[in-house]
Structure formats: C-alpha cells, structure tokens
Design a protein around this ligand. Structure first.
Ligand SMILES: [Zn+2]
Ligand SMILES: [Zn+2]
Length: 497
C-alpha cells in the first residue's frame, strides 16, 4: 500500500487543542507515520487534498446498544409525521418492504390530532402483519391485534388499553421482540448502525450487547464487526466471563442493571420519588452480588461495567468498587459505572480515590434536565439540580468518557458535545475542549486503547473526521448544527463512500 499524504488541512489534537497543529499527515498501512507543516511530497506518495478542513481524531461513542439501535433504525421513522394519516402512510410504506412493521419516535403531541393511534387503526394498515410503534421516550409502544396476540403468549394478563403497552411490560416485550426478529433483519440493522455512525463521524463504538439469558446477539455483533471497518469494543451483558475470554475482550458486564431509570421510577433512591412518595425505586443487584461479579472479573483479568443511575444504586456500586480497589489495587483497566446520573458527594470521592471510570450520557441532561424537565418532575427541583455533575467530576480528575446509550438517544457526538457545553446547570457546563475530548480521546482510555486511538500522532490509527468549520471559531449556539464532511478510518474514506 502506498503512503498517503493528507494535506491542506488544519489538524488538531485534544485535549491540548491549541498546541498540536499540523497541516499535513503521512499515513501508511492505516497508521500515522508523522504529522507536520508542509510535509514534502515524494513521487511514491498518494496525495489527498482535505480542502482546508479542520481535522480531529474520529469520534467515539462509549455506550451503544448496537443490536437495539439497528432494530430502531430498521423501521419507519415517525418523528416527522404531523398527523395520524401521515403516520399510517409511513407504516404502509414500511409494510410493503418488511414482514415486521416497526415504527419509532412517535410523539402524539406533535400530531394534529394530539393522540396516539389505536390498535384497531394499526390493524387497518397491516392486519396480517406484526405492527409495533414505539413512542419517543422508549418506555411505551402501541401494538396491533396481531402483535398483541404474540405479546399475550409472553404476558398472559397483559393490560394494553387501545393497544398501549408501557413500563415493565414494555421492557419485557421489547427484549422478547429482539429474540423474535429474524437474524437477517438484525444483521441488516447492524449495517444501518455502521452507516449511521459514519455519517456522524464515529469510528469506534463500545457495544453493550446480549443479556444474562442469551449471548446470541453479542456473538452476532462480534461476527459483524470482524468484517466491518467500524471499530467495535464489545461487552457481553452477563456475569459470565467465558465469552470475553474466548474473544479476547477486556471487559465484562455493560448496562448490567444495578437499578432502573428515573423515567420509570425504578432508579434506586435514598429518599422517595417526588411524584410517588411511597416509592424509592428498585435495587436489582446488592453489594454481595456486585462483589461476586468483581471477583469473577478480577480472576479473569477483566474490568467490569455496571449500570447505576439513582443515588442508592451508585453508592452501592461505588463502595463495592472501592472495596475491590483496596483489596486488589488499581486494575490495569479500571472498572466502569455507566450513567452515574445522581451520585452523592461520597460516591464522587470514591470514584476519584479508587480510579473508577465513569461513562456519562450528556444528551440525557439535554432531554430531561432543567427546572421543567422529567428529572425535576421525578425528584423535585432541589435534587434534580444536582444531577449529571459533569464539570464537578472533571475538575476532580475523575476519568470520564461520553456515550449516547443509543437507541435511548441517537449516536450523535456533535449533539453530545453541544449538550456538555450547554448543560442545564450553568455550573456543570464544560469547555468545548473538554467536551470534544470526552467524545474523541477519552472513550479509548476506558477500553485500554488510548495509545493507538483518539489522537493524530505517530503510531496511531489514521481515524479522523473532517469538519467544514473550526468548532472553536463558530458561535456556541451553532455548535449542534456542525456537519461531518468526511470520515476516514485507517486512512480510508468511509464517509461519504
Ligand atoms: Zn443503562
Ligand atoms: Zn445502556
């Protein structure tokens, strides 16, 4: 393979953005040989004109559910619909292509009729097919009669007024739906995720797949990524270390639930929910079960990732991780806590003192933060104001990286960066420099790959995005509109193809 000389660009590295500038970069076999100013071209090099673009190391998303995202990208996208008849048209179109008619992103408040479609209305679109429409919040769905018949084989006494399924029933059914869908449907979904990532400048994702019951989806993602240029760091969401062993993965767990979510009032709290005073949420794993997982991870030289959102859940995980750190010392790759939305001061100190890696979802604050947001409804303003303390943690030197939790929010690092810079709590707003780093260099640290990915320096993978404008030179309000112009992985242009 000839050497590639990328030129006519403004290249930067993070987090010391101002200090590593270059205008040309030499690449061989997918790796960077060197960067510099006006690097001389030789006849055996292939020059690539980057047309004055600002280039940064490619984006990474440290928390994606790839199988579920693929399914969500497969169906009809209903966000643009302004009326029920438009919803039905989009579904009819989908029905002409697919055996399973899935719809996503329905927001009845944006429809002219201000209501959800009913089961009967969905029957009219495709009476002989499985129709499943998920609302924007991903906590409820409307099913047609055909799909309800299937749902009742799983939950016999299912309550579904007008076909609406919500809460725990919804979660159970959405897991079963994943198993029900044909392999080819899911495989095609993974391909859609890859294309979506590339459009958004993402070269690496951490894919959190499978469940305690089945690793089939994890294995499918592993097979897919073996032949894909999207770099995928895989976590199998179970306490069983055998799969990571077989495939050589460095971590185990994932969104393995210590508690639930604030939206469904299942996140484990010390004090009750503001809007449900007899409820303090659920703790699905206690300290001794987490100890057991840590033991298994340690014995197999793996790091552990667990989902914890409420203060009671986070306290339990942080204290147990601290116990492990005292017992075995700091691990080569630190254990992770996913989300970490409502940490106590004590848990933040424990994260700092015991080298705990935190994977945050900046878009959550964008969607649910602020005085009139969902978090404030659930917790009251006082507690809600202390959620997602990104800047506080960063200033304490805690290792953070960012992800989307897709399909909960979209794989869209630029939107994530904008959410970090415009946090609903002004005291927790991050500099653009740090915000970009959380989606560029930092995810690789959580996977033990930061010596080969996340920088544009000698020896690193030539994974980079071309931006039409320097994000530091545009008005902060326009940040979210920035579009990725090109994405290169290992020196090859993967977007646009
Ligand atoms: Zn989670
Ligand atoms: Zn997740």
């Amino acid at each position: 393979m000839p050497q590639l000389l990328f030129h006519n660009c403004s290249g930067r590295n993070l987090p010391d953005y101002a200090h590593h500038e270059f205008d040309s970069m030499l690449v061989e076999n997918g790796r960077i040989i060197k960067t510099g100013y006006q690097l001389p071209a030789h006849p055996d090099m292939t020059p690539v004109d980057l047309e004055g673009a600002t280039i940064l190391a490619a984006f990474a998303d440290a928390h994606v559910h790839m199988t579920q995202t693929g399914i969500a990208l497969s169906g009809a996208q209903l966000e643009p619909a302004a009326s029920l008849s438009q919803v039905f048209d989009l579904l009819a179109d989908e029905s002409s292509r697919n055996e399973f008619v899935l719809g996503w992103g329905l927001q009845e408040t944006r429809l002219k009729e201000h209501r959800l479609p009913t089961s009967k209305e969905l029957d009219a679109v495709a009476p002989e097919k499985f129709v499943w429409i998920t609302r924007q919040d991903l906590h409820s769905a409307i099913l047609n009669t055909f799909a309800l018949r299937w749902a009742r084989t799983i939950i016999p006494n299912l309550s579904a007024p007008d076909g609406l399924v919500r809460g725990n029933d919804y979660y159970r059914l959405s897991y079963s739906l994943i198993d029900k869908l044909p392999e080819a449907f899911k495989r095609n979904g993974l391909e859609l995720v890859r294309q979506h990532c590339f459009r958004n400048g993402v070269a690496t994702i951490h894919a959190l797949e499978g469940s305690r019951e089945s690793a089939a989806d994890t294995i499918a993602v592993a097979e897919f990524s073996r032949n894909s240029d999207l770099h995928t760091v895989i976590y199998n969401q179970s306490g069983d270390p055998s799969l990571p062993h077989r495939y050589g993965w460095k971590g185990m767990g994932g969104c393995l639930l210590v508690d639930g979510s604030l939206g469904t009032r299942t996140a484990a709290l010390h004090e009750p929910y503001h809007d449900q005073p007899d409820n303090t949420g659920n703790l699905y794993l206690d300290a001794s079960e987490i100890e057991d997982l840590l033991n298994r991870a340690h014995q197999n030289q793996l790091h552990l990732a667990l989902h914890a959102i409420g203060d009671r859940a986070i306290d339990t995980v942080a204290a147990t991780y601290a116990w492990a750190c005292k017992k075995w010392g700091k691990p080569a790759i630190a254990n992770r806590i996913e989300h970490f939305i409502m940490p106590s001061d004590k848990a933040i100190r424990q994260a700092r003192d015991n080298a705990i890696n935190i994977c945050i979802q900046p878009a959550f604050d964008h969607y649910w933060g602020g005085n009139d947001g969902l978090y404030a409804q659930r917790l009251g303003n006082k507690r809600a104001a202390r959620l997602n303390p990104f800047k506080t943690m960063l200033d304490l030197g805690i290792q953070l990286a960012a992800g989307s939790d897709s399909p909960v929010t979209a794989i869209d690092p630029i939107a994530g960066v904008a959410a970090l810079v415009h946090h609903s709590n002004p005291e927790e707003r991050m500099s653009l420099n740090s915000a970009l780093a959380l989606f560029i260099s930092e995810p690789h640290k959580l996977a033990g790959e930061s010596l080969i990915r996340g920088q544009l320096k000698t020896g690193y993978h030539a994974d980079f995005v071309c931006l039409p404008e320097d994000p530091f030179k545009i008005a902060p309000s326009r940040l979210g509109n920035l579009q990725v112009k090109r994405l290169y992985i290992d020196g090859r242009c993967v977007y646009p193809r």
